[in-house]
Design a protein around this ligand. Structure first.
Ligand code: SIN
Length: 268
């Protein structure tokens, strides 16, 4: 999993000619890093629009130049009123699984990188599924899971949302095993942060099974850890990966990311 390429400027007029290759590399590697980019927000949005339709994520701050480019910053804090640093995405998740049509891809652009820490970790959910026993594959085949923005299983700090923001994030029920619409491969579809309960199981049994699957998924052999360089654009496929940000950089160090997500389809 994961590949880094350089020698391409995603903002240049020649970049669209490389799009089919980029898409193929992404499908093969699941996490694709394009090094040494210097893109203003509208150019970043337009480059990412070649992968899908950029979506507005109103719950996060956006750049003044472009609504579809969100800001993830070490200066995001105090949203719970306790003055503590809030690091978005600091536990294992796949983006927006509480939506009926979660985004397919996320693109994160490293604008300011702290001298140490702040890596993003990824898990290959195809490999996670492939490594399950045949008995477990049979057991979970056809199971569905309720995903919620404010799941009662959640252990990390999550921004409190207003009633109108919550209405824009209805819960969704998704298969536990999904088939990637482009590669045809099966992946376990987990979001440790947003899963509420497996449909048809009682709460205790559902919790046991979800905990077992999460523990299996985050084993080191399925992981890749991205150490950011300024100018990296990392594109990942939410349909076959989970990820988490690391909140381990020093207080006072800056980390600034620009983020675009592109539309997906109902998981099947
Ligand atoms: C995210 O979860 O989308 C952000 C990841 C990061 O900031 O490393």
């Amino acid at each position: 999993m994961a590949m880094a390429i350089s020698g391409i400027d995603l903002g240049s007029p020649e970049a669209p000619a490389a799009q089919a290759d980029l898409r193929r590399l992404l499908n093969e590697s699941l996490v694709l890093c394009v090094r040494d980019q210097k893109l203003a927000p509208p150019v970043f949005r337009d480059a990412m629009a070649r992968f899908g339709i950029p979506m507005k994520r109103l719950q996060l701050a956006s750049t003044p130049e472009c609504d579809e480019v969100n800001i993830i910053s070490s200066e995001d804090r105090d949203v719970l009123g306790d003055g503590k640093k809030l690091v978005n995405g600091a536990s294992w998740h796949t983006d927006d699984s509480f939506m009926r049509e979660p985004c397919s891809l996320t693109m994160l652009y490293g604008v300011v990188i702290p001298p140490s820490g702040g890596d993003t970790q990824f898990v290959n959910m195809y490999a996670v599924y492939d490594a399950l026993s045949s008995e477990m594959k049979r057991r979970i085949d056809g199971m569905k899971v309720i995903h919620k923005y404010q799941s009662s299983r959640q252990t990390n700090r999550v921004t409190k949302r207003t009633d109108s923001e919550m209405k824009a994030m209805p819960e969704a029920t998704h298969p536990l095993v999904r088939t990637h619409p482009e590669t045809g491969r099966k992946a376990l579809y987990l979001n440790a942060n947003r899963m509420e309960q497996i449909v048809g199981l009682d709460r205790a049994e559902s919790d046991r099974l979800l905990d077992e699957l999460i523990a299996h998924a985050i084993r080191p052999e399925f992981q890749y850890r991205h150490k950011w360089r300024q100018g990296d654009i990392v594109i990942w496929d939410n349909r076959c990966t989970m990820h988490k940000a690391n909140a381990d950089y020093a207080e006072g160090e800056r980390r600034l990311m620009h983020r675009v997500i592109v539309a997906g389809t109902v998981p099947v």
